[in-house]
Design a protein around this ligand. Structure first.
Ligand code: G3I
Length: 350
């Protein structure tokens, strides 16, 4: 049975009183007007990736982050290259700052990411380690990082981007040296390191049904049969309106939900070929809403995270030349139709 989510129009009309958001669950907080207020009571956390330089230097950025979101993900500062820049020497400074700010803001933290082929410290790639040494290094890394934050991280992206578009395993340092079993090992180690954290397999271009998402579906099904604690599937949601929107996203999320794993949209941004215009911006809003509706319409989708909430710090222009405007707010924090669609969609769910 699906979570009952939709309020009647009359109930919606009765829910909001000028100056006070009287929320469906009866909670009313004066001036509580952001996305996190709209999401309250839906069972889905609304989150953002956090740029630590912006958090430290840009007061409107920090204020909006606190007001709008009840979960945060470090965009970069929990990645291996940052936390262990030289072998055996850890630097938790920035990651600790994020966790502390989140605690003060009443925000759950999504840890990102433990096992990935990118943003590895240079000493990993530059040293000729044996397979046995690499396996030991990976295990130590998982225990060290999860141990440092034990009990303070709500969910972890344990393994990130392990598959190719055709559904085969990505040729990474981990696959080459540890074999396909590295994924199961990582999840077992992660659960030992912090049994309280929800453990996710995370990837992009898996929002729709295709070879990649089906390969990950089959892997999760197989691993869970073996008792491997894969507890969540993260769909990053990096989309571009020029490629169209994934019409079968609800069917896709439902099949992971039926496996008994939690799901989440973990890095949503929807880019466009610049310049932006009203049609592109409306299509973008529809994309943000499509993914959120899919999350709200299944029982165990637990969070929806945008990969940055303002164009001011988006990764997109630096990677996709001529593209951008990918987030729900402009560079000067003006709310786009995408923001309004997210808020209205949350408000419809009870
Ligand atoms: O920290 C260095 C800085 O010291 C140096 O001066 C500067 C210029 O070289 O680079 C800085 O590192 C950059 C890092 O972000 C931190 O800002 C890297 O060059 C840059 O490549 C890196 O980009 C990040 C990217 O992952 C790397 O793949 C993006 O910010 C981040 O948004 C992006 O996020 C990924 C997710 O983790 C996984 N899913 C895909 C998503 C988008 O690629």
């Amino acid at each position: 049975m699906m979570r009952p989510r939709v309020l009647s129009a009359a109930a919606i009309a009765a829910v909001t009183v000028v100056g006070l958001a009287v929320l469906p669950n009866g909670a009313a907080t004066a001036g509580d007007t952001g996305l996190r207020a709209a999401a309250r009571g839906t069972g889905v956390k609304i989150g953002t990736a956090v740029n630590m330089d912006a958090l430290a230097t840009d007061a409107p950025y920090a204020a909006a982050g606190a007001r709008e979101f009840n979960t945060v993900t470090p965009e970069n500062v929990m990645k291996w290259e940052v936390v262990e820049p030289t072998q055996g020497h850890y630097d938790w400074t920035q990651a600790d700052k994020l966790v502390d700010v989140a605690r003060r803001n009443g925000q759950a933290v999504r840890g990102h990411t433990l096992v990935w082929h990118s943003q590895l410290p240079s000493w990993i790639n530059e040293t000729d380690f044996t397979p046995a040494q690499l396996r030991d290094l990976l295990r130590r890394h998982i225990f060290a990082e999860m141990g440092h934050f034990k009990g303070r991280i709500w969910a972890w992206d344990v393994v990130n981007e392990a598959f190719n578009e055709d559904g085969t395993l990505r040729d990474t340092i981990w696959l080459r040296n540890l074999g396909p079993g590295y994924i199961a090992d990582a999840f077992r180690w992660a659960h030992q390191a912090d049994p309280s954290a929800i453990l996710f397999l995370n990837d992009y271009n898996v929002e729709w049904i295709g070879p990649k998402s089906t390969a990950e579906y089959n892997l999760i099904k197989d691993l869970r049969r073996q008792g491997v604690p894969v507890q969540g599937f993260g769909m990053q949601g990096h989309l571009g309106i020029q490629y169209g929107l994934p019409g079968d996203v609800l069917e896709n999320v439902r099949r992971f939900d039926a496996l008994g794993v939690k799901t989440a949209f973990t890095e949503v941004d929807i880019r466009m070929i610049l310049p932006d215009d009203q049609i592109k911006t409306q299509a973008q809003a529809e994309g943000f809403g499509l993914l959120l509706r899919a999350c709200l319409l299944v029982r165990h989708c637990i969070s929806y995270t945008v990969w940055g909430f303002t164009d001011k710090y988006s990764w997109v222009p630096g990677v996709f030349s001529g593209e951008g405007s990918a987030t729900p707010m402009t560079e000067d924090y003006q709310k786009k139709p995408a923001y309004d669609t997210l808020k209205e969609t949350f408000q419809l769910a009870s």
